[in-house]
Every structure is written in structure tokens, then in C-alpha cells.
Design a protein around this ligand. Structure first.
Ligand SMILES: [Zn+2]
Length: 326
């Protein structure tokens, strides 16, 4: 049977195996010409295993895909736990997030998430080793807990699920951009700590102490761009078959990541909650200063803690990415 699109004969037998990419692009083509999209083409991770399971009902394939996604995510998370890149709660959160993203947006989206965590973990480990037991970021360590995993991957998960529900490709751009913003922030914090020059406040360019929120340095800025561009390049490689070229994806995701990080610095320099350590007479975003003293409120909006600002920066990155990708 020949359909107007001509893809039916290529996918109907068990003999012909189409790649996931082919099936996906055919589905997009069908959508563009406003033909109804066959149900089996709508789910990206279902597509590659579908020809073999065609006789069985489509729902079963989707359920199987979801189960496989969570098994794969659990395996990768357990590995990360064994390698001390995640603690136990972090591994559980990563299984939840990784499984959901893979089930909703496909293996390439899951691969991008893994690439994000691997590059961030390697970076944290290297800088943690180079940095002696002093400086601003000592207590963070490289062993990520559930909160850090959810803060970095939660927005990406929402975008991936929304993409599956509404099938708009800009949501996939937002997914990658949220990871780019998270990476940009991580890289800036980890590498920026090594800056020799005194950082300056992004709003007034006045020199400030290291570790003050909203402070930027040339090295930290370079790290921000590098972190965003790394995720941009990975997204351009992994997600290019979704209605955008590699170059478009790279630019949109990278710019969004940098934009999110910029938003982070602007909030940090203006309205983020700042505390004061009376022992050292220093302004800090921490509740317990590095000297061990519990800090008191100095200025800023009380609900806008460092964690909240980081989360808002990731949301901003996702929004910018979504807009640029449209
Ligand atoms: Zn102190």
C-alpha cells in the first residue's frame, strides 16, 4: 500500500528496520504536512524497538521503553554512586530524573543528561583536588546529593516531559538550555575560584571579596562560556534531528546557558539574600560562614537564597533556549 507520504511500506513489515532518527523525521514530516502522525511514530524511544514488537500492542512497547529507561538510568546512577560522584540520595534522584527524561525524550536526551553529569563531576573532582583545604567552596565537595541533582536536572525533566506531551521541538531546546545554564554555573564556580585577579561586582564593576554573590572575573566568565559551549556542542551532536541544524542548536543552547549565568550574577549582585559574619566582618551568601560562625541577615530578599537564585538561573536559561529555538 502506498500512502501519500510513502513511509508505510518502509515500516510495516518486520523485515525492514528503520533507525529511530528516520522514524522520527518521518513523523515530523507527516506533522508538517498535517497528516495524522501514526501512534507508533510519536514515541521516540519506542520507535527503534518497534519493528520487532509490531505484533504486540503499542502500549506494551511504551511500557517496555519506560522500564528500560529506568533500568538504564538506575545502572548509570549506581555506577556514579560506586565512583563516589553521587551519594545514595543523589543516585536515587538521578535514577528518577534520568529514567523520566529518557522515557519521555529518548535515548539521546538521556545521553545529554549523562554527559552533563560526567563533565560536571570530572570538573568538580579535578578542581577539588587542585584546591587545598581553604577557599570559599570547600564544604561543597564533589559528591552530589539529591538536592543538587534535582536542582540541576529538575527543570530539564519538566521540559522533557512537556516535549513528550506537547511535541513542540522548542521544548527540547529548552531542555538542553537548562542543562547548559546549570553547567555554566558549575564551571564558573569551580574554575572561577582559581582567579588570581580580584573579582568585580557585575552591576557596578567595583572590586569585591572572592565568593561574594554577583562577583565576576575574567577567568570565571571564560569558564561560564566554556561550560555552556560544552553542553551546546553535545546538544548539537545528540539532538540535531529535531527540526534544527547543529549550528542552530549549538548557538541557541550556548547563548541560553550564558544568559542564565548572567541572570544568576545579576540577581546575586542585586536582590539575593546576603548574610554577615560578625566574627570575620564579611558579607556572605552562606548561613554558616567558612569560619564556623552562624551568620545574620544583612540585605536582600530573604527567600532568595543562593539555591533559589541558581534554580531561577536554570529556568532563565531554559526560557532563553526555548525562545531562541522557536
Ligand atoms: Zn566568618
Amino acid at each position: 500500500m502506498v500512502t501519500p507520504l510513502g513511509f508505510e511500506p518502509r515500516t510495516n513489515g518486520l523485515k525492514v528496520r528503520c533507525s529511530a532518527v528516520e522514524l522520527r523525521s518521518q513523523a515530523l514530516e507527516a506533522q508538517r504536512r498535517s497528516y495524522p502522525v501514526p501512534a507508533h511514530l510519536r514515541h521516540p524511544t519506542a520507535a527503534p524497538i518497534l519493528p520487532a514488537a509490531r505484533r504486540i500492542r503499542g502500549e506494551f512497547v511504551v511500557i517496555l521503553t519506560v522500564i528500560l529507561s529506568f533500568i538504564a538510568a538506575g545502572f548509570v546512577s549506581a555506577l556514579a554512586w560506586r565512583l563516589h560522584a553521587l551519594n545514595r540520595s543523589g543516585a536515587l534522584a538521578a535514577t528518577l530524573i534520568g529514567g523520566t527524561i529518557t522515557a519521555a525524550a529518548g535515548w539521546s536526551a538521556g545521553a545529554l543528561l549523562i554527559a552533563f553529569f560526567i563533565t560536571s563531576s570530572i570538573l568538580s573532582r579535578i578542581t577539588g583536588r587542585l584546591r587545598p583545604a581553604q577557599g570559599a567552596n570547600v564544604e561543597r565537595g564533589s559528591n552530589r546529593d539529591a538536592w543538587q541533582v534535582l536542582a540541576n536536572g529538575g527543570v530539564a525533566t519538566i521540559c522533557a516531559v512537556a516535549w513528550w506531551l506537547f511535541d513542540r521541538d522548542w521544548l527540547l531546546g529548552a531542555f538542553a538550555a537548562s542543562l547548559a545554564a546549570a553547567a555554566a554555573d558549575t564551571w564558573a564556580t569551580e574554575i572561577g575560584a582559581f582567579s588570581r585577579s580580584k573579582p568585580r561586582l557585575i552591576t557596578t564593576l567595583r572590586p569585591v571579596e572572592r565568593g561574594v554573590s554577583g562577583a565576576v572575573s575574567p577567568l570565571g566568565t571564560l569558564a561560564t562560556v566554556a561550560g555552556a559551549a560544552t553542553i551546546g556542542a553535545l546538544a548539537a551532536t545528540l539532538l540535531r534531528d529535531h527540526g534544527a541544524s547543529s549550528a542552530q542548536l549549538f548557538i541557541a543552547v550556548t547563548v541560553a546557558g550564558i544568559g542564565g549565568s548572567l541572570f544568576d550574577s545579576l540577581l546575586g549582585a542585586s536582590v539575593q539574600l546576603q548574610n554577615r559574619c560578625h566574627a570575620c566582618d564579611e558579607i556572605t551568601e552562606r548561613r554558616v560562614h567558612r569560619c564556623g560562625t552562624t551568620t545574620v541577615y544583612a540585605r536582600g530578599w530573604r527567600f532568595l537564597t543562593n539555591d533559589t537564585v541558581n534554580l531561577l538561573a536554570i529556568v532563565a536559561g531554559a526560557v532563553i533556549g526555548g525562545v531562541l529555538f522557536r
